[in-house]
Design a protein around this ligand. Structure first.
Ligand code: PEP
Ligand code: MG
Length: 249
């Protein structure tokens, strides 16, 4: 399941989800006047991890910037991982909370809107710093969202440096069509669907050659025919909105 809040983790388990493929952690930062503290974040991630354990909880580091900018923060024109790398203290606070919570469940981390292996390497280095500072011994796989055309382009290099991939069809669709609001995320255009499916196929092939698993967590997987096709292409799992899982429960 895809969730936006820790309390939905227990609900997802109740509806029969096999884990959380995407926890959009940026919602912890939005609609408030200051950033969430390490303690607050730790409590949220721990709550979610415990509700899902022993199944996996994939927490995406904050996908802030652009349309998801906290009121108290300056618009740097950056988004996702690039935004976090610019706001290093904010990012390290989140990483500390994540690594502390990892002792309480089966947490995996992933980064949003990654473009290059240079960015990824900087982020992985920060993760290692934090992990050493904390003396954290939990194994925490680090993944990359493939949701920009540049990431698709760089997927071979990224697969070497990451433990897994999660494909964000919503942003891919956006970039391909230049579509307006992010609420129009369901891919309706058949030719764009084909383009995205080809990109997914290429990404899966490259990732599997390096022994990395690939999930699709964008809304394209909501379409049953597309989900079947993804399975045929070799996608290892899909992650869907909680509301949809509830409907099918
Ligand atoms: C995506 O882009 O497909 C995705 C899952 O991320 P978000 O919808 O949060 O941008
Ligand atoms: Mg996205």
């Amino acid at each position: 399941a895809n969730i936006d809040r820790a309390e939905d983790a227990a609900r997802a388990t109740e509806y029969g989800s096999e884990g959380i493929g995407l926890f959009r952690s940026e919602y912890l930062y939005l609609g408030r006047t200051s950033a969430p503290s390490e303690e607050e974040q730790f409590a949220e991630y721990r709550k979610a991890a415990e509700a899902v354990a022993p199944k996996e909880l994939v927490i995406r580091t904050a996908d802030l910037g652009a349309d998801k900018l906290p009121e108290h923060m300056e618009d740097t024109g950056l988004r996702g991982l690039a935004f976090s790398l610019k706001e290093e203290q904010l990012f390290k606070t989140q990483l500390r909370a994540l690594y502390r919570a990892a002792e309480y469940g089966n947490i995996k981390l992933m980064f949003p809107m990654v473009n290059t292996v240079t960015e990824l390497s900087k982020a992985v280095k920060l993760c290692e710093e934090v992990r050493l500072e904390l003396g954290c011994r939990a194994a925490v796989p680090v993944g990359v969202m493939i949701e920009t055309l540049e990431a698709v382009e760089n997927c071979a290099e990224l697969a070497k440096a990451a433990d897994f991939f999660s494909i964000g069809t919503n942003d891919l669709y956006h970039e391909l069509t230049g579509a307006g609001g992010r609420d129009k995320e369901i891919v309706e255009d058949q030719s764009v669907r084909e383009t995205v499916a080809d990109m997914i196929e290429k990404t899966v092939k490259t990732a599997h050659e390096k022994g990395r698993e690939v999930t699709v967590c964008g809304r394209m997987a909501e379409n049953a025919r597309m989900a079947e096709r993804f399975a045929g292409i070799g996608v290892d799992a899909v992650s869907l909105p909680l509301a949809l899982i509830k409907e099918k429960a």
